[in-house]
Design a binder for this molecule. Structure first.
Ligand SMILES: Nc1nc2c(ncn2[C@@H]2O[C@H](COP(=O)(O)OP(=O)(O)OP(=O)(O)O)[C@@H](O)[C@H]2O)c(=O)[nH]1
Ligand SMILES: [Mg+2]
Length: 274
């Protein structure tokens, strides 16, 4: 069985850092995982990606030759990737037991406006037989601003619905919250399991009746849907990364239907550990 987890979330949410932390942790526990970079504008990585969209198409070239800006260029790169899906298939090879960690770009356009990432997810799932899941990260600093936070909750919902894969939402950079004095666990809990009535405490809500009405509608929407809750992620803690990986594994039922392995030496007399 082949598995892939798409790491998504807005710009700067900590996606690439989380991918590195996952790889470091997987290596410590003796698991093979591969990094896939889907950001044609990415700079550099702690771990070398096994598959890298920059080997197919380069954003700078696109911007220069076709005179696109950075966002149009990004969309062009993704369309190019989707028109050259056999490139991915070649790069992936025919390994049977891949576990891919896919670092995705943060632009929401790629999920909702033009559903490029959903198409890629569907391709991996249906044509290449991958079991796909996703994570959506939002930055714990969003908890400082209720309006920003609930905008984040709605973008998570939107991404979840458009990707059409199972998804875990993560509150990233929790190490920064630990250090803040005066934030009680209970208070943080109202964000991890979003309590939309937090919006009623927002000062802007009182001064502007239109804004207040909008907030009430958002509260109703989030209460009705009730599909987003966050798992805290602190990449500085191996325990935290381990917990998140277990949740991802569970979501994809990783390893559940693998054949029990017959020790090699009993199987074919081959003592090498290939
Ligand atoms: N304190 C703290 N900082 C973090 C953490 N994760 C990421 N950062 C910092 O946040 C910034 C953005 O992190 P990235 O991992 O590059 O975020 P990204 O989502 O990949 O960003 P884009 O690829 O540009 O969308 C960097 O300066 C990181 O060092 C974290 O868990 N804790
Ligand atoms: Mg990144």
């Amino acid at each position: 069985m082949r598995y892939a987890v798409m790491v998504t979330g807005p710009a700067g949410a900590g996606k690439s850092t989380f991918c590195s932390a996952l790889i470091t942790h997987a290596q410590t526990i003796g698991r093979q995982v591969h990094l896939v970079n889907l950001d044609p504008a990415a700079d550099k990585f702690e771990y070398e990606p096994t598959i890298d969209i920059r080997d197919l198409i380069n954003l700078e070239d696109v911007m220069e030759e076709l005179e696109f800006g950075p966002n149009g260029g990004l969309i062009y790169c993704f369309e190019y990737l989707l028109n050259n899906l056999d490139w991915i298939e070649d790069e992936l090879g025919s390994y049977e037991d891949d576990y891919l960690i896919i670092d995705c770009p943060g632009q929401i356009e790629l999920y909702t406006h033009i559903p490029l990432l959903p198409r890629l997810a569907a391709y991996l799932q249906t044509s290449l037989n991958f079991r796909i899941s996703a994570t959506y990260l939002i930055d714990s600093q969003f908890m400082q601003d209720k309006n920003k936070f609930f905008a984040g909750v709605m973008s998570a919902m939107s991404c979840m619905l458009s990707l059409g894969t199972s998804m875990i939402c993560l509150m990233s950079k929790m190490d920064l919250v630990k250090d803040q004095k005066g934030r009680t666990k209970r208070e943080v809990g109202r964000y991890l399991d979003p309590d939309p009535t937090l919006l009623f405490d927002s000062p802007d809500s009182e001064s502007n009746p239109k804004f207040n009405a909008l907030n009430r509608a958002v509260v109703g929407l989030i209460e009705d849907q009730n599909i987003v809750s966050f798992l805290p992620l602190d990449v500085t803690s191996e325990d935290s990364v381990n917990t998140v990986l277990s949740h991802i594994d569970n979501m994809m039922q990783y390893g559940e239907d693998e054949e029990p392995k017959v020790p090699k030496d009993m199987d074919d007399g081959d003592f090498g550990d290939d």
